[in-house]
Design a protein around this ligand. Structure first.
Ligand code: ZN
Length: 366
């Protein structure tokens, strides 16, 4: 269903007469209801073991190499899959929304997701549900504990957005022998103030073109303005300027984005450029990971509103995305990749399901 991007169990069910299923399963495909029911009773660790199997094979075949700076980065981020004001289950989180008709309860499911960022191949490794009443950091901690048990040497650095610039989180990551990296925003005001003062008087560490941008970076370590964290931290700033041509009057306008990251990575292990690249790579979980999963893979669809089934379907989506991306990027020759898009390959997979269906769905006589 995910690989052929069917988008619903009922769309999958329409392919039941396909001879592909008899050949592949050795029996008839179960009904949509049965697939949903079975997923709600599955052992989630079996699905996670399949994700691990794909990772191990890619690693063994040297298909998952770190970027040029030599450090493997894992990115953890939260993703909300579904929200409803009518339907809820025992795993639903709850929030109050203010509407014109008054305050209402809204139920939602959110996952902490971990993605491994390699040189030109990234993998979604695992997901953990945010439980009712807890925050994303609590779920992320459970997720990282499990990933570290299953993949102890898979990554060196653990990155996250501004909520991960958190004292307990940094202590936890350091305690597990990894380095932490997080976007620095207003939640650490003293550190930001000190860094901005210093960067205001120091010359840029790096001034170079990066794609269509001009990148000026400042990099200082030894900051003690995060006293709750016993160790000193390093702050890296990247001020990036670029020009856009306005469609209306064709005039060029200069825009800029100003990034700040806090990290425990020492300069000897990661140069300024490496930290900036890792900081930007964090976006791959948002841009390539979640956008792709939601828009192309229908991962946010509620296939069955039951906590285990929702998690199992989400993990299946991650697994299929990994297999598909690995196939597309590593199995297809560059010439084939140039000629056909990922969507085209997905349509070819779907066409195999439909090719052997001799009769379409039953129709009323004309
Ligand atoms: Zn629910």
């Amino acid at each position: 269903m995910f690989l052929s991007r069917r988008g619903s169990l009922h769309a999958l069910e329409q392919t039941r007469p396909s001879r592909f299923w008899a050949r592949w399963l050795g029996q008839e495909m179960p009904s949509a209801d049965s697939v949903g029911r079975i997923c709600s009773r599955m052992d989630v660790s079996d699905v996670r073991a399949s994700v691990h199997q794909v990772y191990s094979r890619l690693k063994r075949m040297k298909a998952l190499e770190p970027p040029a700076h030599g450090l493997m980065q894992a990115v953890v981020d939260g993703h909300e899959t579904t929200a409803s004001r009518k339907r809820c289950c025992s795993g639903c989180c709850q929030r109050i929304v203010h509407t014109a008709a008054g305050d209402m309860a809204e139920y939602y499911h959110r996952y902490a997701v971990l993605r491994l960022v390699g040189q030109d191949l990234s993998l979604m490794l695992d997901a953990e549900p945010v439980r009712p009443g807890e925050d994303e950091l609590a779920a992320s901690r459970r997720l990282v504990e499990r990933v570290l048990d299953g993949y102890p040497r898979a990554f060196d650095v653990l990155a996250g957005d501004a909520i991960y610039a958190n004292t307990d989180w940094f202590k936890f990551v350091l305690g597990r022998g990894k380095h932490a990296l997080a976007v620095l925003k207003d939640n650490r005001p003293n550190l930001i103030a000190d860094a901005r003062t210093l960067f205001g008087v120091l010359p840029a560490t790096l001034d170079e073109p990066a794609g269509n941008r001009r990148r000026r970076c400042w990099d200082c370590d030894g900051f003690t303005s995060w006293p709750e964290l016993a160790s000193r931290v390093r702050v890296v700033r990247s001020l990036e300027t670029y020009t856009v041509r306005r469609q209306l009057d064709k005039r060029e306008e200069e825009l800029s984005s100003d990034w700040l990251w806090v990290t425990t990575l020492p300069k000897l292990q990661a140069a300024t450029q490496a930290v900036v690249n890792m900081g930007h790579d964090r976006w791959t979980i948002e841009n390539q990971g979640f956008n792709e999963l939601v828009n192309r893979w229908h991962a946010d669809h509620v296939y069955k509103h039951e906590p285990t089934a929702l998690l199992v379907f989400f993990l299946f989506a991650l697994l299929c995305l990994n297999v598909f991306i690995a196939f597309y990027c590593r199995n297809l020759k560059p010439a084939a990749r140039k000629a056909i898009s990922m969507l085209h390959v997905a349509q070819l997979i779907a066409s195999e399901l439909y090719a052997s269906i001799r009769q379409g769905p039953a129709r009323a006589p004309i």
